[in-house]
Ligand binder design. Sequence first.
Ligand SMILES: *Cc1c(COP(=O)(O)O)cnc(C)c1O
Length: 401
Amino acid sequence: MLSPANFNKLRSLTRSFSPKALFSTSYSSANKSTFYHKDLQITKSTKKLELQPKEKLKFGHGFTDHMLEAKWTREGGWEAPKIVPFHDLTLHPASSVLHYALECFEGSKAYKGEDGKIRLFRIKDNMKRMNSSTKHIALPEFDIDEAAKCIEELVRIDSRFVPEGFGYSMYLRPTMIATEPALGVNESNSALFYTIANPAGPYFPTGFKAVRLYADTEHVRAWPGGTGNKKLGSNYDGGMYPSILAKEKGYQQILWLFGEDHLVTEAGTMNAFIFWVNDNGVLELLTPSLDDGTILPGITRDSILQITRKWGEFQVTEGSITMKQVLKASREGRIREFFGAGTACVISPVKEIGYNGMDIQIPLDINDPTSESGPLAKRIYNEIMNIQYGNVEHEWSTVVE
Ligand SMILES: *Cc1c(COP(=O)(O)O)cnc(C)c1O
């Protein structure tokens, strides 16, 4: 058996010594271990889609005039990237993505500020995470900066689709699929990287809506040594049926647990945060640590950790918490807030957790009974949004010139 390290070494050797890679003159870049922004081939769409009125924009529905794509083969490496008119894909029915779910994706957004400028938020971190996902499913990596620049170019070309207003954005979906047209369960010898863009309205159009979570003691999302820390489409498959069951019980999302101790892991498709007075009497913001590989390393998660650590107002911990601790803290009135965090909504406040036949009440805002969010969640939400929309200058936001 080839160890993953040797496999990668062999792969890069075969790539750099491939005669095709050495002598190909069809485009300028000789090193095919990544695609390059300078090689971008742009074909503008002759049809211009009509812009949707803002109130009709729906997350995940409706796309722009163009898409970014780059093809890869194990033998020839990456081809030049292209921005082309948005189109359906043509796939061989045996393509390994369709049979073994060899697919990974990312989620990021472009924001238009009050100054009319469009900004991307930590896009290179998305590209870095994508490389860790592709590696795990034996798909190719690429240069983070080059990929970010290509995505930026797509945003520039389709900039008229970026809706204006706080909460509005253009959602970006970088994706990689295995296109090997063969049924053997092997590493794919070909792949397609592409990015599509979806003009999206605010996640909470009428203000925060706190959700009820169902702490599922029967199904698991991820396990140590598994793929929970990679953004793979296959990580979502197992959650579909459990989510239907949770919805039938009246909960919007699942609180994913792990192990006999019912460790809290993630909230739906988001990272979980609890703000509480911990068992030692210390005011603490806690999120499950990345140590055992069951937690997706969210960019929103990391942003929240960095921001709140900088505030220095309470303890910020990447650790572990069990449902027993949550229950005890709830009975002792030590829970202040509980929320999910992710790119789509930034923060999703939680008002109730169903667990073992009980409903654990989570406080929202004691000073404002009409509020559907706790004060900390609201403050973090505003701080991150202000960076994303350029109301506050920050290195995480880069202007698309
Ligand atoms: C994408 C994702 C998140 C959130 O990550 P962000 O980078 O903050 O958007 C959290 N959990 C899971 C399972 C995810 O797929």
